[in-house]
Ligand binder design. Structure first.
Ligand SMILES: Nc1ncnc2c1ncn2[C@@H]1O[C@H](COP(=O)(O)OP(=O)(O)OP(=O)(O)O)[C@@H](O)[C@H]1O
Ligand SMILES: [Mg+2]
Length: 311
C-alpha cells in the first residue's frame, strides 16, 4: 500500500541552524495522525517541504507516492495544507479567492458546488462576498482551511489550525475534520493542544530538535510509560515529609500531594507506610493515568530521548 506521506532522512539547514536532522516518517492512508513537538522542533519546516514551499538539503518526501521534488504537480494535487501563518492576497472576496485557488488546480468549474459546501460547513456562507481584508482572524483561518480543501485532496495537513481560535470554530473544525476522515481522507494535525491530539489522533509522532523522538499508536504511547500519578490528601499539612514521600513528590496542589510513581513497583506501599509511621493520616487518595501531555513533556525534556529514538 502506498503511504499517504513518506519521508526519508530529510535534512534542512537554515544557515548554521540544522532544523531537520534526518526525519523519517510514514503516514498510512486514511490515518488521523498527530505531529507534535515544542516550538522550533521542525514541524512546520517538514510541512513546508511537503507543500513544496521549502527545499530540503537531503532526503526525500512523497505524498501518495509522488515525490515532492521530482513530481511536484502530482504531489501538490494530492495534498492540502492549512499553513500556520495567515497569509493570503487581501484583494479578493472569499468565494472569488477560493475559485481562483481552485483554478490553479484546474478544478474551478467542476468544484463550484464543493466550494459552496465548504463555505457552509466552515460557517462562511454569509461571508462569501466579503472582502478578505474585512475578515476577523478566526474567519481568515476558516478561509485558509477552505483553501486547502478546494481541490478535494486525499491528504490534508493542518498546521496548528486552532491556535488562537475560539471554542466555536474549534468545534466546527473538529466536526468537519472527523467527517472528512470518515470519508477516507488522511489527516495530519499539528497542535499544541494536547487534549485535542489525544481526542482526535490515532497515531502520534513527537518531534524534538529536528528529529522524530517517538512514533506510536496513541494508546501504546500512553501505555508504555511506566509512570503514573497518585494524589494524596493528608488530614493536616505536615511541617516535613518523610524522605520516602519527598523522593516521589512531583508537586503540591491545593492541599494535595502529587506523587509520581513507577507502575508495577512497591513504591506506593512504602509511601503509605512511611506516612503511617510519621503519624500522617491519609484522608483521600486518587490515581491518574499518564496523559499525553506528561508523555510529551518527558520525551521532549530528553529523559527518554535515547530510548525513544531507537524505536
Ligand atoms: N525560513 C527560515 N529561516 C531561518 N530559520 C528558520 C526558517 N524557518 C524555520 N526556521 C527555524 O527552524 C527551526 C524549526 O522551525 P519550525 O517552524 O519548523 O518549528 P515548529 O516545530 O513548526 O515550531 P512551532 O511549534 O513554533 O510552530 C526553528 O529554529 C526556526 O527558527
Ligand atoms: Mg510550526
Amino acid at each position: 500500500m502506498t503511504a499517504a506521506i513518506a519521508v526519508r532522512q530529510l535534512h534542512k539547514h537554515f544557515g548554521p541552524l540544522h532544523a531537520l536532522r534526518g526525519v523519517d516518517l510514514e503516514i498510512r492512508p486514511g490515518e488521523f495522525f498527530g505531529l507534535l513537538g515544542p516550538n522550533g522542533a521542525g514541524k512546520s519546516t517538514l510541512i513546508n517541504i511537503l507543500a513544496g514551499l521549502v527545499r530540503p538539503d537531503a532526503g526525500s518526501a512523497a505524498v501518495l507516492g509522488h515525490d515532492v521534488q521530482r513530481d511536484p504537480v502530482a504531489a501538490r494535487r494530492a495534498l492540502g495544507v492549512v499553513p500556520q501563518e495567515l497569509v493570503f492576497d487581501p484583494f479578493f472576496g472569499v468565494r472569488d479567492f477560493l475559485m481562483i485557488q481552485a483554478g490553479y488546480y484546474g478544478v474551478a468549474r467542476k468544484h463550484r458546488a464543493w466550494i459552496d459546501e465548504l463555505l457552509r460547513a466552515l460557517g462562511l456562507a454569509d461571508k462569501a462576498d466579503a472582502n478578505m481584508r474585512s475578515l476577523s482572524g478566526g474567519m481568515k483561518r476558516r478561509v485558509l482551511i477552505a483553501q486547502a480543501l478546494v481541490h478535494k485532496p486525499q491528504v490534508l495537513v493542518l498546521d496548528e489550525p486552532t491556535a488562537g481560535v475560539d471554542v466555536e470554530l474549534r468545534q466546527t473544525l473538529w466536526a468537519f475534520a472527523q467527517r472528512l476522515h470518515g470519508e477516507g481522507m488522511t489527516i495530519v494535525l499539528t497542535t499544541h493542544y494536547l487534549e485535542e491530539a489525544e481526542a482526535m489522533c490515532e497515531r502520534i509522532a513527537i518531534m524534538s530538535h529536528g528529529t522524530v523522538v517517538a512514533l506510536d499508536d496513541k494508546r501504546s504511547l500512553l501505555g508504555r510509560h511506566p509512570w503514573y500519578q497518585v494524589h494524596l490528601r493528608l488530614a493536616s499539612e505536615p511541617a516535613e515529609l518523610p524522605p520516602e514521600v519527598a523522593a516521589s513528590l512531583a508537586s503540591r496542589e491545593h492541599g494535595w500531594l502529587v506523587l509520581r510513581l513507577q507502575r508495577g513497583g512497591d513504591e506506593l506501599s512504602r509511601v503509605l507506610a512511611a506516612l503511617h509511621r510519621a503519624g500522617l493520616a491519609v484522608v483521600e487518595i486518587s490515581t491518574q493515568e499518564q496523559t499525553l501531555e506528561q508523555v510529551f513533556l518527558e520525551l521532549t525534556a530528553g529523559h527518554h530521548l535515547a530510548a525513544a529514538a531507537g524505536d
